[in-house]
Design a protein around this ligand. Structure first.
Ligand code: NAP
Length: 264
């Protein structure tokens, strides 16, 4: 018997999805039959992503300009989706990555900003979607974090710190909402070929007097699979967690890192 992920009839919201991992997730969910809404801040890139996902999947895709650090934006986005399609079944909490830097380099303002971007944004999304999911007795909340929740990555002080807060929050939340058949999980990517990774490689290359390509190759070689992930490979893990195949999985961190994390 073929195992097929069929999300026909499911409504999904994917945050921060105009490019990179978010866009790949939205595309994978739409390809599996879900009706998808995406958000991001830049209207042009968002519209490009909407058209791209519609063209590659044939699904209707809704897009809404929203900054996930702003609670009112997230609420208005989810309300527009509910007005249009009645509910939300699957919510993917994603955002841009926090600034890189060591403890000495980072300012308190950057700590505050990362709290809003990385942790508070997930709370915004959870608050907006959980009442719908609990009322209907079915829901999936999935956050995109990082392999940095398994071991600290050099110069990613903010990611290493705040993402652990997200994991603690979602592990606790998973227990609270499990009786309503709402499952809460985290996907933790390793080095994935996106604009964000290229930006990190460009910054590191400048500091070390080398090229971004050399840095990307170094990170690929540091990974046991000897290559970077493609965004679709992260999206497939989200797809699994969003589907009925994962009906008994909650409160987990699914690391998709090509074997990078040296931890058990
Ligand atoms: N790529 C990797 O190797 C890797 C590895 C581990 C973890 N991660 C994490 O995975 C997440 C996604 O990474 P990525 O590589 O796909 O990043 P990316 O290529 O930089 O894309 C980020 C997306 O988020 C949107 N965004 C950023 N800030 C936002 C905000 N405040 N509100 C709404 N949308 C926002 C961006 O659009 P706008 O700018 O238009 O808003 C864009 O669509 C990040 O948290 C990243 O740190 C990435």
């Amino acid at each position: 018997m073929a195992v097929v992920v069929d999300l026909t009839g499911k409504v999904a919201v994917v945050a921060a999805a105009s490019q990179g991992i978010g866009r790949a997730v939205a595309e994978a969910l739409a390809r599996a039959g879900a009706t998808v809404s995406i958000c991001a801040r830049s209207p042009e890139r968002l519209e490009q992503a909407r058209r791209h996902i519609h063209a590659t999947t044939g699904q209707e895709v809704h897009a809404y300009v929203a900054d996930v650090t702003r609670e009112a934006d997230v609420r208005a986005w989810v309300q527009e989706v509910v007005d249009r399609w009645g509910t939300v079944h699957i919510a993917v909490a994603n955002a841009g990555g926090p600034p890189a830097g060591t403890f000495q380099e980072l300012t308190l303002d950057q700590w505050d900003m990362t709290y809003r971007l990385t942790l508070r944004s997930v709370v915004h999304i959870a608050q907006a979607v959980l009442p719908l999911m609990q009322a209907q007795g079915w829901g999936r909340l999935i956050a995109i974090e990082s392999v940095s929740v398994r071991f600290p990555l050099d110069r990613l002080m903010l990611s290493n710190s705040l993402r652990l807060g997200v994991v603690g929050f979602l592990k606790t939340l998973a227990r609270e909402v499990a009786p309503s058949n709402v499952l809460v999980n985290v996907v933790a990517p390793g080095y994935t070929r996106t604009e964000r990774l290229l930006e990190l490689a460009t910054q590191a290359a400048r500091r070390r007097g080398t090229t971004p390509e050399a840095l990307l190759d170094e990170w690929a070689q540091a990974t046991p699979l000897k290559r970077l992930a493609e965004p679709a490979e992260i999206a497939h893990a989200v797809l699994f967690l969003a589907s009925d195949l994962a009906s008994y999985v909650t409160g987990q961190v699914l690391v998709v890192d090509g074997g990078l994390a040296p931890t058990i």
